[in-house]
Design a protein around this ligand. Structure first.
Ligand code: ZN
Length: 86
C-alpha cells in the first residue's frame, strides 16, 4: 500500500532533512514539511527528497532501512544523535 511521504524543511543534525510517512509521530508541522508524493517504498520517497535536499534520509520510526549497508547504519547513527533534543 502506498503512503504519503513528506520531508522536513528544517535541517537537523549533520544538515540532514528527515523524510516521514503520513501518520508518523515525528511528522513536522505543516509549515515545516514538504509533500513528496505517494510511494510504495520509503527508499523511493528518500530518493525523491534528495532532489530537494542532498542530505535527505529516512526517519527511523516510519522509514526503517531494510537494506542494511555501511551507509545505512551511518545514517541510522546520525538519527539517534539527532534525537537528543527530546
Ligand atoms: Zn517518521
Amino acid at each position: 500500500m502506498a503512503l504519503y511521504y513528506y520531508v522536513n524543511k528544517q535541517s537537523g543534525y549533520n544538515n540532514n532533512h528527515v523524510v516521514h510517512a503520513a501518520g508518523c509521530p515525528h511528522l513536522p508541522d505543516i509549515d515545516n514539511r514538504l509533500f513528496l508524493g505517494s510511494f510504495y517504498q520509503a527508499n523511493a520517497a528518500i530518493l525523491q527528497a534528495k532532489k530537494y535536499y542532498a542530505g535527505a534520509l529516512g526517519c527511523e520510526t516510519c522509514c526503517p532501512l531494510n537494506s542494511a549497508g555501511a551507509q545505512a547504519s551511518q545514517l541510522s547513527m546520525a538519527l539517534k544523535h539527532s534525537d537528543v533534543s527530546r
